[in-house]
Design a protein around this ligand. Sequence first.
Ligand code: AMP
Ligand code: MG
Length: 398
Amino acid sequence: MKILAIESSCDETAAAVIGDDCEILSNVVVSQVDIFAAYGGVIPEVAARSHLEVILPVIHKALKDAVLTKDDIDYIAVTHTPGLLGSLLIGTLTARMLAILWDKPLYAVHHLKSHIYANWLNARVEDNALSVQHGCVSPHLKNRRKHSPSSQATILHKKSLSSVSVSSQSDLPEFPLLALVVSGGHTQIIYMKKHNKFEIIGTTRDDAVGECFDKVAKILGLPYPGGPSIAECAKAGDVNKYRLPHPKVGGLDFSFSGLKTAVLRAVQKELGVPINTPSYELAGKLAEQQRADFAASFQETACEILAEKLEMALEAHMGVKSLVVAGGVSANKVLREKALKRLSVGSDGISRKVYFPELKFAGDNAAMVGAAAYYEILSGVEPTDPYVLNIAPRQEIA
Ligand code: AMP
Ligand code: MG
């Protein structure tokens, strides 16, 4: 089975070819992060136009890297929900067009499913495999990089895939499992009884945790995207310097907007300025050590909140065999350490494995879309009609 997968839900244009057992035959990602670093966030119209510029060269490169032609492809898969409307449209319309022209079955994949299934990619990477290369052969993409010097196409070649830690096929997550999805737009705990069965048991009532990282980074004057900037800055900080509150949300739900406001108030208090001082006036007044201490205290609190809720979820779902962490924030080291330390053995004394995607698969990519489609196909899900498939900027996983 060979699946050509396409992802364009936010600010990464990506295409990959996935083979049997989720083997990665090629994986191409062109990120717009450098474009949006200048603005401090994603501008949807600009993102859509950037996708349009590169999507065909990216798909072409994915086929070329896999040493395949369209005739070798059995299925096409694409992210159709949730995400930015214009961004989703570019990937979805491209996939529909290819499915019709090439007469291939089309699978429409939910973005959060893909993030979860990034954890099934790990085990499939060959040991002599993956090194990350920067640059892209397409002249079109080369020109684009000239305009935006630090923007990079990250290309993972099957044949040069080395530095990746390899797990065996038996080292895949086992069901039933709990998935913590932590991204720029979502914070959810999902119970999976088996492949392709999702039950949301906890969700954020306001901001997503990634969004909170991004907003706190802005308050502290750290560059976009906020998650990696905060993680880096926090290395020099004291996690106990500032006491930040844990939200009082019942059950397994989350709330992160209060934590963001708590950081804002704590910064204002530390600087001795009134609470109506706008956040953009604060960063310039912070000393480096203060910034690091705020970053460290915030990161610790945010990750602690996630770990606490996961502990509660595990207590409420005895018999869970694996814990899977997914989405952009799953790259966070403090979260990884907390999850491994606190959740590998539950209060029931039962040990369970905790899975994270390889760092390169934590952010948006198309290999994970292919992995999700692979398990949809194996689960007997019917393909979608390429003439009618629509996008949905917001839609729950189901
Ligand atoms: P996604 O929505 O899944 O593409 O993930 C993007 C989100 O992940 C953004 O909000 C980033 O700030 C966040 N993120 C990326 N890396 C990290 C990290 N190391 N720590 C915390 N958040 C991160
Ligand atoms: Mg994402």
